[in-house]
Design a binder for this molecule. Structure first.
Ligand code: SF4
Length: 248
């Protein structure tokens, strides 16, 4: 298993600070921690984030699996897990969100876009995702996350270097210049095999679509199953010149 360390609730970083820091201070923290934690196990990275930022730290999850939420809850019970409900998710994804909320020691926070799908269709025409996926992602993902992250100084993602060439240089702790926040990717160095072992060892909740030919799960209209030999994210926006939604 990739991470044998066992967190305990007392490691929940006794009385994590709630203080607000300036962007300069946050950037410096990100730089120092980025150097010091580059080779650290995921739990240690998360323990640092929870201890440093307290409630101003959250995990974001696409509900493809609950690996990072699970790791974070071990060192920070009740940690905020932010989920973006674009209105276009597979029912399985919403079901995974509900299951995570029901069984894990986390607080799930669901963010929604300003417009419902119907309102967006009325303003931009139906199936904007087929015609202008960048705009659709901007309205349904980037903007709500921007707003939802305002009360946090640091956020954790499940980004991994082996997912796709665009993610090969993901830092474990980095600086999100656009949002002026510390961005933590505790499993950046994990392989797919590391993820699979962690899921098996800890019985972590996963999206049922992962056992149905999908290796990366996004919005239903923009996700297909992957074929043998394709990288894990090849099923996202297949056929379009787009590989990322703009969140990262
Ligand atoms: Fe829209 Fe597709 Fe982006 Fe979802 S992934 S927000 S449906 S373009």
């Amino acid at each position: 298993a990739p991470d044998k360390e066992h967190g305990s609730p007392s490691a929940a970083s006794a009385a994590p600070p709630q203080e607000q820091r300036s962007p300069d201070e946050l950037a410096r923290l990100a730089e120092t921690a980025g150097r010091e934690l580059e080779d650290a196990p995921a739990l240690e990275v998360l323990r640092w984030a929870a201890g440093t930022f307290g409630r101003r730290f959250c995990v974001t999850s696409s509900m493809e699996d609950a690996v990072v939420a699970h790791l974070a809850s071990r060192v920070f019970p009740g940690v905020s897990v932010v989920f973006l409900d674009t209105g276009y998710h597979f029912p399985e994804t919403i079901g995974t969100r509900d299951a995570v909320e029901a069984v894990m020691d986390v607080e799930v926070i669901t963010l929604t876009p300003r417009q419902t799908v119907a309102q967006q269709d009325a303003e931009y025409g139906p199936r904007l995702h087929d015609r202008d996926p960048n705009l659709c992602c901007a309205l349904r993902k980037v903007q709500p996350l921007e707003e939802g992250l305002r009360t946090y100084d640091a956020w954790a993602t499940g980004l991994r270097r082996d997912e796709s060439p665009t993610r090969a240089r993901t830092p474990v702790v980095g600086w999100d210049e656009r949002r002026k926040k510390v961005k933590v990717s505790p499993i950046a160095r994990w392989t797919q095999q590391d993820v699979d072992s962690y899921i098996a060892e800890h019985g972590v909740l996963t999206n049922p679509l992962l056992s149905d030919g999908y290796t990366s799960v996004g919005c239903a209209p923009c996700t297909r199953r992957v074929l043998a030999g394709e990288d894990a994210r090849a099923g996202r926006w297949a056929g379009l010149d787009k590989t990322e939604c703009g969140l990262h």
